[in-house]
Write a protein that binds this ligand. Structure first.
Ligand SMILES: [Zn+2]
Length: 205
């Protein structure tokens, strides 16, 4: 039987995504075994994050500095903004290193069911960025709507596209195709229909 302290740690870790009670117990066991080397390092890293984490006042990214390291990066294309639902989407897209512009995190998606209205999301601040441009006067030329391929995600994308119509910018949307390795059986109808509509000829040339 583990002590209350060790049990508390297990329970805290079990709440992490991808871990259940069993994996959490194994992680705790590992930490106990490696307490001299790994435990201190983890405690320090967690403490550092806890102390320094801030939300970027420009894009809504979560980082240890404001403006965040993406907004502050001079190599980024400031004329192009990719709008995402959540910070997790921003990180996923940025890990892929496909987009060289900046981002804007909405903080969710429109949902009648959950009572999420436009004013609950960071849409006004997006309009502000598009209408006023950057601090140094750089104007936005393209907004990429990278909402999820869900009904609510697409509703949100259409709403924002409508609001952006008054600005002389290019509005684009991610092409939602079949996920790599995805089996048709496991896809929902919407994804399939979209994949079908966007079909290309598979030819010899
Ligand atoms: Zn930022």
């Amino acid at each position: 039987m583990a002590s209350q302290e060790i049990e508390n740690l297990s329970q805290a870790l079990a709440r992490l995504p991808g871990l259940g009670p069993r994996s959490a117990r194994r992680a705790v066991l590992w930490l106990v075994k490696h307490r001299e080397t790994a435990l201190r390092q983890i405690i320090d890293a967690l403490q550092m994050v806890q102390d320094k984490l801030v939300e970027c006042g420009t894009c809504g990214n979560v980082d240890t500095r404001d403006p965040c390291s993406i907004c502050a990066d001079p190599r980024r294309d400031r004329k192009s903004i990719c709008v995402v639902e959540d910070v997790a989407d921003l990180w996923a897209l940025d890990r892929a290193r496909l987009f060289t512009g900046c981002y804007h995190v909405l903080g969710g998606k429109l949902s009648a069911l959950d009572g999420v209205r436009p004013e609950d999301l960071a849409i006004d601040s997006l309009m502000g960025r598009v209408s006023q441009g950057d601090d140094d006067g750089t104007m936005i030329e393209e907004v990429v709507l990278a909402m999820n391929a869900t009904l609510e995600g697409q509703t949100t994308a259409h709403y924002i596209a409508e609001r952006l119509e008054e600005f002389p910018i290019r509005i684009t949307q991610l092409a939602h195709g079949l996920p790599v390795g995805g089996e048709l059986d496991y896809l929902d109808e919407g994804t399939l229909a979209q994949a079908l509509r966007a079909r290309r000829p598979l030819g010899r040339d």
